[in-house]
Ligand binder design. Sequence first.
Ligand code: AGP
Length: 607
Amino acid sequence: MCGIVGFTGRQSAAPVLLEGLKKLEYRGYDSAGIAVMDGKSITVNKVRGRIANLCEKTKDGAKVPGTTGIGHTRWATHGAPTEENAHPHLSNDGRFAIVHNGIIENYLSLREELTQDGYHFLSETDTEVIVHLLEMYYRGNVRDALIKTANRLRGSYALGVICSEEPGKIYAVREASPLILGVGIDENFFASDVTALVNHTRNVIYLEDGEFAELSDTSIRIFDCSGQEIHKKATRVLWDVQAAEKGGYEHFMLKEIMEQPGAVKATLAPRMKEHGVEFEELTGLLPKLPSIRKILITACGSAYYAGCAGKYALEHLARIPVEVELASELRYSDPLIDESTLLIVISQSGETADTIAAMKECKARGAKTLAIVNVVGSSVATLADFAVYTWAGPEIAVATTKGYTTQVTVLYMLALYFADHLNRIGEEKARLQEALQAMPRRIQESIDMNANIPALARKYHKAKALFFIGRNTDYAVALEGALKMKEISYLHAEAYAAGELKHGTIALIEEHQPVIALCANPSIMEKTLSNMVEVKSRGAEVLALTFRNNQKILSVADDLLFMPEVDPLFSAVMEIVPLQLLAYYVARENGCDIDKPKNLAKSVTVE
Ligand code: AGP
């Protein structure tokens, strides 16, 4: 995710900004830049790639005089990772420089309006509209211009702003994206992340949504969105830098599990309109939709399992046959594909070798390609006819969590979108739309209702093997649950379609064998219940995942994981959360290197 730093003081700003940006590197980024004000002139330096390049370009900041400035690491969202798209962005009159984290949802209409008013855009970013709005509204008072600009923006933003008319001042604005002020002595700071501050000061003020701050070397003033001054107390940060990077969590994986409500919300928000789901990026696909006879989903690992989970909603709502194939198999399978096939490629990194190869193979055979991908400008995104981004932000732990849930979220949205545009949905639409909107809240409930997972992990972490069983949508989640368990805890974990038990697997059930039974799909739950009874009668210990009031399951299970009661078509996103947490705590009990499991890489760029 992007990172922001700001500094005003008496020492040279550029080295402080560069050092702050380095502290934010762990978050992932693809370009970086700083803007420094020296008297009334602003100098901007930007680079594609690493901060080391920016240090080289500016001679570690020595080439950039001035004691006030802002800096940014960019994780590309709107527009490829180029120098033009890197922040800071300048206003046409050179008066304002800004850095931005977040997404401006109404940037297209603002861009059109500003272009008509004669403003020139130099980048493809959503951010650039903000700096031109500031120029447009500036009448000698930066605060007024900020308020008027903020009133025009929809979406999320943390902004850092400097204005050449106000040497020595930096401005910070927050709406749904974190921004923290650092209180120093004869110097003050802001940053999107406390890690960039703790080397300078441990006294911080957390800005809240709708607030903005004006900082000079000796003062910090905070205002609400109407310009009314408010007074906030500084708090003291006790984390060390390493803990701060992980937001206070012990591991990135746990942090990323906890980030899922926000990541899913960010993925939903730009597409959920009052009248239904809309994908601006897919308008070119709509005329071809009626001629699509088959959807083929391909991916690797968890992304493949996301496809397995999304298949049910796609088939049920859009009524298009869906096949899900491992990319490593598909690429060598002489697939039956033509122009009436829509290939959906899923990849967090967008750089997985097998996924890219399968995609090329299918493209060559005439398939239209739609990529669900998290990294803007990645190979998968570039190769695809249509790229739909998951807005999960960078995922650092090797085991994917928010990557998977945002991928499934996009598939759910696509199911509703296709169904709507093919006129295949009626009364169900409003209810399902509401169910999608509620998902971030529901994920949080899934997290909150499972406080007993560390205790369960203590009970089960020594098991020789763990079997995950479920049917239909529950089976799809079991596949991902078992993969999470094995990749980080190194326990043997397998997922079985519960109906398959009698065809072989039940031979493995013996006294005290843990079986994790997924029971979130009422249409098939009685059947899974019978399987639970079968394995129990052979001595298994059953850990069931179900709703709090599901008496039948509760009475058979030995232990329980909980999730909120949701529509089974959209349940995978909530259902996987307790399984992610269970895998995490089992791995922790076993003393495993959770964020970097042995033998695994985050992105598998070789076959
Ligand atoms: C899951 O936790 C793994 N990291 C792995 O299975 C991953 O999902 C797979 O390698 C695909 O990666 P991608 O989404 O970046 O293409």
